[in-house]
Design a binder for this molecule. Structure first.
Ligand code: SF4
Ligand code: SF4
Length: 108
């Protein structure tokens, strides 16, 4: 996939809807980009509805976006397409594995 291709994440979203306790904030997270109503601050993570992060918009496996993309937590920034973890969560939603992406490729 060339760098000009759209990120596979924009038609996926699986990692954002896989677990009610993910993503967890990290110590170095700047939470200014996380609206208070989206923060499960008592547990140090994003609020979820079921297993789905409240910031995820759209339909998994079709078209999605992160409503707080610019201010998303570090753990989200590090979750890259084509990794083993990506393959695992995509498989949970019956989405095929991706070829590994260069590190800079992520949501767009
Ligand atoms: S990192 Fe992988 S699982 Fe997460 S949205 Fe992108 S393609 Fe989907
Ligand atoms: S904050 Fe955005 S990127 Fe992170 S899990 Fe929620 S929707 Fe996905």
């Amino acid at each position: 996939m060339s760098l000009s291709s759209p990120s596979p994440c924009v038609s996926c979203g699986a990692c954002c809807a896989y677990s009610y306790d993910w993503p967890e904030f990290e110590e170095e997270d700047d939470l200014d980009g996380v609206p208070v109503e989206m923060c499960d601050c008592d547990h140090g993570r994003m609020k979820c509805v079921g297993d789905r992060c409240v910031a995820l918009e759209g339909v998994i496996g079709q078209a999605v976006r992160c409503a707080i993309y610019a201010g998303r937590p570090n753990v989200c920034r590090r979750f890259l397409p084509g990794t083993d973890a990506c393959t695992q969560v995509r498989a949970y939603f019956k989405l095929p594995a991706l070829a590994a992406e260069p590190p800079q490729a992520t949501w767009a």
